[in-house]
Design a protein around this ligand. Sequence first.
Ligand code: NAD
Length: 481
Amino acid sequence: MLNQQPKHWLNFIGGAWVDSDRRIEVRDPSTDQVFATIASAGSEHVEQAMAAARRTVQQGALTRQRPAERAELLHRIGGEIRKLAEEGAEVASRENGKSVNDARDEFLESARYFEYYAGMADKIEGKSIPLGEDYIDFTCYEPQGVSVQIVPWNFPVSICARSLAPALAAGNAVVVKSPELSPLAITLLAVACERAGLPAGALSVLAGPGREIGAALVAHQDTNQIVFTGSVPTGQAIMRSAAERAVPCVMELGGKSAAVAFADADLDQLMASVQGGIFFNAGQVCSAMSRLLVQREIYDEVVGRVAELAQGLSIGGGRDNPDLTPVVSMQQRDGILSMCRDAEADGARLVTGGYPVDGLPGAFVQPTVFADVTPQMRLFCEEVFGPVIAITPFDSEAEAFELANGTDYGLVAGVFTRDLSRALRAAQVLEAGQVFVNEWFAGGIETPFGGNRLSGYGREKGQEALYSYVRTKNVAIRVSR
Ligand code: NAD
């Protein structure tokens, strides 16, 4: 397959495909069987990747180009990703469990990131600041330098593309640390970059243990920026390490996001959003609709309809493109089931699901609905990262917004109502980086995405994200007379 052996994959370091004497076994979550291995990088590979990135920055391999040339390069990378989408979807589905259709979409979305930021590569413009006639003052944007990007397993390809594309557009060199559980499909981004003619050294992709390889990249003296997407505890460890050398970070952490459904909501619209919101990618989405707050008048009806929806979902391996696929690993499955048992012990009402799927050997969790969940319960406050929705009743608007804001997270929030003023009040009050009105996941790669509070800081996507990958320099010139 491509530059790689079919069953053993390599790291991409400084423009070369590199093996290692250590390996990571990659399992298919629908069977729990190992189907491939990938070279597991060691400290020497970290040094090689960082040295290649540093050289690329020092030699100006990307910044000497006219920005319009960089734009063309990014367009070519987008095109190469499109060509790899079919093959990549098979691999991404197999290593992660997601459906082939969703995996293909992930590749196409990744191509879009490159095409979108290609359009911005030649528009990173500074400004002139008036200081009176004795001065000329202007700002310019410089790349950060070496951007270290640490990627989680739930959408490894598109989360990688989301940061890689603007970083390259701005002229940075990038070293990616892929997730241990899904390290294969992400390497196809390196194949696309190589085929499109990205200078060697501008991108390395390393697989390896986070606490070893990830931590070494974060602490490396040549790291100028860290972009991390993953869990809160790992993000906190990275921020502590980055503080040693004051390295700027973008942190995309988890969430426990709530949809607020008022009695006047269009319930068909709500149900479509519930299906995507909590069952897409088996609920392993940082911005999942993991909580649903429902006004008392429609509470029983909505609980019934969500349960009916959950019970009607088809379940199976990613190749069959069912509604619900396995979670990423048996360990993840067991963690989710243990949270379900805790929720029952805390007094939440298990309406449907909550157990493994009979007859399927892999990491399958039944689509799960808990009702009567209260703010004191762990299920209300903590991320499950699986197909489990927690439903809570409310009476007044004020109570609804308080419940929605009642966790330490602040990633996304949603409101379902026909009352525009109420929707706008919600948008003002809900403490989240993005608020959806009447459609969960509304928005796109053009709209800024990121969290507040424990969900992190910094924004990805949209024009705004580009400015995470540059630093501002001001030049003030005294004019002699
Ligand atoms: P994780 O934090 O365990 O791992 C994420 C990455 O960090 C992996 O590549 C891992 O190898 C690496 N890592 C682990 N320890 C490290 C260390 N000490 N130093 C450097 N790197 C280290 O998260 P995960 O289990 O892969 O992903 C699930 C979590 O990610 C969930 O909490 C989810 O909400 C969050 N997430 C957030 C977003 C977002 O955009 N906000 C997107 C996807 C996932």
